[in-house]
Design a protein around this ligand. Sequence first.
Ligand code: ARG
Length: 507
Amino acid sequence: MAVRQNRLLRLATAALHLDSPGAPDRAFTELEKVPVMSNPSDTKEAAANAMWGGRFAAGPAEIMEQINASIDFDKRLYAQDIQGSKAHAAMLAAQGIVSQDDADAIAAGLDKVLAEIEAGEFSFSRALEDIHMNVEARLRELIGDPAGRLHTARSRNDQVATDVRLWLRDRIDHLDARLAVLQEALISQAEQHADAVMPGYTHLQAAQPVTFGHHMLAYVEMIGRDRGRLMDCRKRLNECPLGAAALAGTSFPIDRHATAAALGFDRPTANSMDSVGARDFIMEFLSAASILAVHLSRFSEEIVIWASDRFAFIDLSDAFTTGSSIMPQKKNPDAAELVRAKPGRIIGALVALLTVMKGLPMTFCKDMQEDKEPLFDAVDNLELAVDATAGMVFDMKPRRDKLKDALAGGFPTATDLADWLVRVLNMPFRDAHHVTGSIVAMAEKKGVDIADLPLEDMQTVAPAITGDIYSVLTAEASVASRTSYGGTAPETVRAAAADARRRFLTE
Ligand code: ARG
């Protein structure tokens, strides 16, 4: 095995024409007999890059083109790239840096490029590396010389930073709207089931009765904070890097405030080096995205548990479940399971970008091109996860009988019993806790719930207990008593749902 690996390694090394001092010549002889990839150090027949190749005698190696090109993924930024270029050209004309005629030709040409891309008629070229140069090269084909003036007083460094900010700002707005839909689904479940009692859990052990509505509203709050985090990120990213040029600013009399305003930014970024060297807006987004993904994952885990045949707390709709190819009785919560899994790639994207950025010197380094694929993947999957969750929640049918049945056996009203001892008998809570423990042990021994334990039995532990105790031992009485702000009483849940609508779902 080791021998074989060494041989393959030698062949690969030879194929790359890397220096391999220890490699025996035999590898090269063998190479001729084995079909391997085309020699990666071959330069393309094409001459040096038309956009920046002034000082290059030859084109890049095939492998160089492959590792260098970002067009396969950054073509998603075409609309933002064109929008930014139009704003830049208009500003250049307004400042007298290019003629109005040239700016008009550039704007018309860019509209044409946009139309071509949207009609699927644009042919993207890897040799042109990225979306910025693809667009500009086509512009030149369409309008000729004026196209060459567009890149005055800017660089791809400020251009890409601007494009990604524009793109992400838009995605955050979409995500926010989708999260509002998810909150709507949760709130409407809360309103319908504000009084459906069920066990509330700690340690996944039945703890105290709560209502299904209250449980739904817990997630409304989490999602509300997720929206807040995304909006904070949006606020901070909404500054325009365009005009920072490569890193040092420009000697042309540009108006960065004008381009910032034209693109809907709050202001231009204040430091040209930071403008092109920073990606913390993406790290911040992916951090917020990771927390959101974790929230959705936790909720999904509950959906999986609730939909299991042992719990049977909810019915999921056919629309968000799948059947088994072999077991006809199965209805699997696949959507919930996939949402549960999504943090894998979303947290992965965050870790990937943090790792790429760690230790990078100022300012732009090509490393930073690696920001886009994780970002795009995270956004795509997050949007999908949010929508799937909202769909499941809208369709989900809680089974109120099962929710209530689940309260039997776990003594979830033991705290109510202790509270009654404190309130009515003025017992110190610590003593009440102890007395209640003894009563629970007695009920357990008899195999009954504490609500069904005879008064005489309870009185053997605490003689002052009266029949009034039974009024607090049902789940309904228990939840109804919890009217403290943020508590689970049905009337409190209804008020909280109305409040949540006001806080989260009105402009
Ligand atoms: N494709 C590059 C990126 O995604 C654009 C910026 C390139 N700048 C440069 N000087 N090569 O970050």
